[in-house]
Design a binder for this molecule. Structure first.
Ligand code: FES
Ligand SMILES: [Fe+2]
Length: 434
């Protein structure tokens, strides 16, 4: 029953910061796009990646989404998508379906979700309803307890968290497992209780497969390469599902908005997407671009120019293994970041991040202080990602491409959704065969 007027907020409460409100059981935000201007109302979530617009901001008279900076005018029209560049045209699906009307009367903001013949009431008979949680997408979202996740190796701890002869309790897919390591040395046999298909150690991480795994392990050649130094971040925890986190780690266009205080440069929003190559168990994507390399010692001596070619390679394996490699092609300096996600519970994901750094062939290994600086920077970046995930308030990653609006810069995100669909299908086949 939404053909009515709903008092949603006191007029004095609504300024240029979006306020989440509810009307007829639906979630909206109300905001003034100019100080002292009239009130506008918008649906609660951005159509792009369903981020709550209550976390958005008014910028130059438009409501700007906090994740990738899409901007909406008073009518809900999407007027700017930074990744499309200054001449890009947002697709019509990017527009927000605004409610039929919003009015200010008698000290209240009134909202009519649908066309109504009733005039705005003269006074509110009760307090406004509480703002409901922004709605999840209509289609199914891939969450941390999806049954297909039984059929994969999952990271459950760093190797160093389980000493020889010790035990460790871990959480995976909503269940507790106790891991034990035999013996006196690091290589002692591993067991799990309750019994699992397997427990193993790989890349400095302990992995558990609840039932026969169907995933393809991510290769990390850097781990066995003596030109690389390894630095682990302390494991982090996110109060949200792993799917949207993996989406964030693959997403190159949130930097200027989510990482403005660490790495994001606001003038580098335009994004030229690279092709995606499908591979067994996932995909990879390579792009080359020119960028400054001020830390190259040869730049200071004039041996190499500041502007250098950089190759960025994303490699993904379902469900939650990711590798990002950045190589300066002239010096050979490489930074690789490994991201592994442990779906602990419906609302909890543990995050393992490892940095592998090389100065390039024939050059000394990166100094411990430089590695520590890089690890500290990545921790800050990760904290920003986790904070933005916490604000997302979603239960999983929508796999139906119609639930979100995709632009060319989202190629990797689309590939992620498709790879997880394939992963689910394989998991289902395994379950049917069991
Ligand atoms: S711009 Fe809103 S979620 Fe991407
Ligand atoms: Fe990020």
């Amino acid at each position: 029953m939404t053909t009515a007027w709903y008092p949603v907020a006191r007029t004095a409460e609504v300024g240029t910061t979006p306020v989440p409100v509810g009307a007829g059981g639906q979630a909206y935000v109300v905001v003034r796009l100019r100080p002292g201007g009239e009130v506008s109302a918008f649906p609660a979530r951005c159509p792009h990646r369903l981020v709550p617009l209550a976390a958005g901001a008014v910028v130059e008279g438009r409501l700007q989404c906090p994740a990738h900076g899409w901007r909406f005018d008073q009518e809900g029209r999407c007027v700017d998508i930074p990744s499309l560049g200054p001449h890009g045209t947002p697709p019509p699906r990017a527009d927000l379906p605004t409610p039929w009307a919003v009015e200010e009367r008698h000290g209240w903001v009134w909202l009519a979700p649908e066309r109504t013949a009733t005039p705005v009431p003269t006074r509110a008979s009760a307090e406004p309803e509480r703002a409901p949680a922004p709605p999840d997408p209509d289609g199914a979202a891939f969450d941390n307890l999806d049954p297909s996740l039984e059929h994969a190796w999952h990271p459950v701890a760093l190797s160093r968290e389980l000493r020889p002869g010790g035990w460790l309790q871990v959480r995976l897919l909503g269940r507790n497992w106790t891991l034990r390591r035999d013996g006196r040395n690091e290589g002692g046999a591993l067991t799990a209780d309750p019994p699992a298909f397997g427990v193993r150690e790989r890349l400095g991480v302990l992995w558990l497969a609840p039932t026969e795994p169907a995933d393809v392990p991510l290769e990390l050649p850097e781990a066995g390469d003596r030109r690389f130094v390894i630095g682990w971040l302390p494991p982090e925890r996110s109060p949200g599902p792993a799917g949207p986190l993996a989406d964030t780690f693959l997403d190159a266009t949130h930097g200027p908005f989510v990482h403005a205080s660490t790495i994001g440069a606001p003038d580098r929003s335009e994004f030229d997407p690279a092709p995606v190559t499908t591979e067994p168990g996932g995909f990879s994507s390579v792009r080359e671009q020119w960028c400054d390399n001020p830390v190259d010692p040869e730049v200071a001596t004039g041996g190499r120019p500041l502007r250098q070619r950089r190759r960025t390679t994303y490699t993904y394996r379902a469900p939650f293994q990711l590798r990002l490699r950045q190589e300066f092609l002239d010096s050979g300096a490489t930074t690789t970041i490994l991201y592994l996600l442990q779906p602990e519970d419906f609302d909890s994901t543990r995050i393992y991040v490892c940095l592998l750094l090389s100065s390039g062939p024939g050059l000394p290994l990166p100094a411990p202080a430089d590695v520590a600086d890089q690890v500290a920077l990545q921790r800050q970046i990760l904290e920003e990602d986790v904070r933005s995930q916490a604000a997302l308030a979603v239960t999983g990653l929508p796999l139906d491409l119609r639930d979100e609006v995709h632009v060319p810069a989202d190629r990797l995100g689309v590939a992620l959704r498709q790879a997880l669909c394939d992963f689910m299908a394989v998991g289902r086949r395994h379950q049917a065969a069991a």
